[in-house]
Design a protein around this ligand. Structure first.
Ligand code: PRX
Length: 646
């Protein structure tokens, strides 16, 4: 291997579930005999009614249909909770670590069963039935996991909305999936600051109809405005129901959850995941990608508002009877040593975080790391965006003391679980590469025309065949599902990512090739930010692109054309940033706003984003052909007033 390679340490390979030879044999079988491979792997979970059919999938754009284990019946809560409560009732299921380091608790599998059942009975008492949608807008408290599993227990479909989204974004997501019940908390607590969740729900519900119940979990205990008949405190409702609730048998293809995610056009779409395939896939990837051994403590620092929190804080680890850490706070509170202090406090063995967190902690200096032991750590993970080699090497040497393999896991909300990743005991690592496909995953690199490229090459990343964790549809809009993922390169699933494959067959994800920006590992559609900006009365037109940002990976760069007669001022610039925060949420705040009297458009009126991206990157001497522009002169003004100067 030519690049900087970190071989699997012998000690790791010896104790690991999968070594290189086993990886190769299992991979081969998984793609040549998917029915045999997945039929066996599906036995890792309990089925109420066994399936007789494994895979029934088609990527043909005229008939996209994805079904796994389609005649089987199971219940996700029975698998994640009850079966472990029966066999290991006193083992800790969840270690909750509060925002305040003095605040933590352990929840055993027996306690989890009671909590989930009680929560399920509260939902039932409010009329929630199988197939109904329930919106969850909670901070990182154990009730978030209880609520998810309670929905799964009774066959309701949860839709979690990240607590950082604004009332408008929340309203749109509640309305799209038609939830009659919203579960929230009085306030969240992050880095010592309160987040007004209940107040946001109140504001959201002023804009839409159809919500009959708001369940409010007390987190901070501050006094809340409660709407009579609609709003109830969860603890009061829970005191009135039993801790016994039967599980609902679900068909493998019944929906488990909806999670909204940004795309290159339009409003966020409701990614729909189903029950059987998703759980099998979350379980196998959690076990094998992290080389999880029974008794280990596993910590994923994501928020349950994102897919990583769904698959790798809740469903995957709990399906495997693991001990999973749930962290309410942020990496830098009360100090940048927090992550490593928590690792020592709870003796964490496997730690999974995002490159943006690594980069910000790297900036705070290694003293914060080195004053802690971290001797319990065995495997490190990364997710959400490409990890730059400098951050990788720091993570490996400083955090992992050059002992712990790093699994750089590439996947998406749509994929349900990890698709391209090293396995700790099997894969020699290259900093910045997600390395090789997981079992059953067949990646391919295509050129702009859709030709499959072979050998060492670069192009667009597609997946040739289905895997069990794949999303099934866009909630309420199957045509959008087909158009978004299966029409660009016929017969394949298009990821929206670009990638390079090297001579060793390793994959290097280079980032989105569509109009999606990845800000600190969070997905944001440029179209969404643009429509928020043009909703401002002083804005005539806006175009948004991503640009390289040292900490966030990508920053948001907005070009704004003001209404005639409006003066471009510093104050207005701030006002527009605050406006977008309010419209969408803090993660959508533009980092740079450039007032531009004109935007580069073709004669047919199409904005040439390629040019805007280049100027935002401060690399405007390679703008390429601008002769097709309606008014090539606007480019000089854009360069002259660019905001990102190195
Ligand atoms: O561009 C890829 C990037 O994040 C996108 C998916 O975002 P989301 O659906 O929010 O899910 C994030 C967590 C799974 C991908 O299209 N991405 C995710 N993981 C990696 C990555 N890019 C490079 N390397 C990764 N490990």
């Amino acid at each position: 291997m030519s690049d900087n390679v970190f071989p699997v340490p012998e000690a790791v390979a010896k104790a690991a579930l999968v070594d290189d030879a086993k990886y190769k044999a299992m991979y081969e079988r998984s793609v040549t005999d998917p029915n045999g491979f997945w039929g066996e792997q599906a036995q890792r979970i309990d089925w109420i009614k066994p399936f007789t059919k494994v895979k029934n999938t088609s990527f043909d754009p005229h008939n996209v249909s994805i079904k796994w284990f389609e005649d089987g019946e199971l219940n996700v809560a029975a698998n994640c909770v009850d079966r472990h409560a029966a066999t290991r009732p006193n083992q800790t299921a969840i270690i909750w670590e509060g925002d305040d380091p003095a605040d933590s608790k352990h929840i055993t599998y027996a306690q989890l069963k009671d909590e989930v059942s009680r929560f399920a009975n509260v939902l039932k008492a409010r009329g929630v039935k199988k197939g109904d949608r329930v919106t969850i807008y909670l901070p990182m408290i154990p009730e978030a996991a209880y609520a998810m599993l309670a929905c799964a227990r009774i066959g309701a479909v949860h839709s979690i909305v990240f607590g950082g989204f604004s009332p408008d974004s929340l309203a749109g997501r509640i309305e799209d999936c038609g939830s009659a019940v919203v579960i929230t908390a009085d306030e969240g607590l992050r880095g010592g600051r309160k987040v007004p969740l209940k107040a946001n729900v109140d504001a959201a519900l002023k804009k839409i109809t159809g919500v009959e119940t708001v369940l409010v979990v007390r987190r901070t205990g501050s006094a809340m405005d409660m709407t009579a008949g609609r709003d109830i405190y969860y603890d009061e409702a829970a005191a009135a129901v039993s801790a016994d609730c039967p599980v609902e048998p679900m068909n493998a293809e019944d929906p488990l959850f909806i999670l909204y995610t940004s795309g290159s056009t339009g409003k966020p779409k409701g990614v729909l995941h189903s029950t059987g395939g998703y759980l099998v896939y979350a379980s196998i990837t959690h076990e094998l990608v992290f080389d999880y051994h029974p008794g280990e403590v596993y910590w994923c620092t994501a928020d349950v508002g994102w897919v990583t929190g769904h698959s790798y804080i809740v469903y995957g680890p709990l399906a495997n009877g693991a001990t999973t850490v749930m962290f309410e706070g942020i990496p830098t509170y009360p100090s940048p040593a927090r992550f490593w202090e928590v690792v020592d406090k709870h003796q964490v063995n496997i730690f999974y975080t995002a490159p943006t967190a690594i980069r910000s902690l790297m900036g705070a200096g290694e003293g914060h790391v080195k004053k802690t032991s971290r001797a319990s750590l065995r495997v490190l993970g990364s997710v959400g965006e490409p990890i730059n080699p400098e951050a990788w090497v720091w993570y490996y040497n400083v955090v992992g003391d050059a002992r712990c393999p790093i699994v750089d896991t590439w996947w998406q909300t749509e994929t349900g679980g990890i698709l391209i990743t090293p396995l700790p005991g099997a894969t020699a690592l290259k900093p910045g590469s997600a390395t090789r496909p997981f079992f059953g995953v067949q990646p391919a690199v295509v050129d702009a025309e859709g030709n499959i490229l072979t050998g060492a090459t670069e192009g667009n990343l597609v997946i040739l065949d289905s895997w069990p964790g794949q999303m099934r549809t866009v909630f309420g809009d199957h045509e959008r599902f087909v158009q978004t993922y299966f029409s660009a390169y016929k017969g394949t699933y298009f990821t929206g990512d670009g990638c390079r494959r090297d001579a060793d067959g390793y994959y290097w994800i280079t980032g989105r090739v569509d109009d999606v920006i990845n800000v600190s590992g969070h997905r944001m559609g440029t179209a969404e930010v643009e429509s928020a900006l043009v909703a401002h009365p002083k804005v005539a037109e806006a175009a948004v692109v991503g640009y390289p940002h040292d900490l966030k990976g990508q920053g948001i760069y907005a070009y704004v054309t003001l209404m005639t007669g409006i003066e471009p001022t510093e104050e207005l610039r701030k006002e527009l940033v605050a406006w977008v925060r309010k419209e969408i949420g803090p993660i959508a705040s533009p980092d740079l706003v450039q007032f531009s009297p004109g935007l580069p458009k073709t004669r047919s009126g199409k904005i040439m984003r390629r040019i805007l991206r280049k100027i935002a990157e401060d690399s405007f001497d390679s703008l390429g052909d601008t002769s097709t522009l309606a008014d090539p002169g606007v480019v000089d003004d854009l360069i002259e007033n660019r905001q990102n100067r190195k």
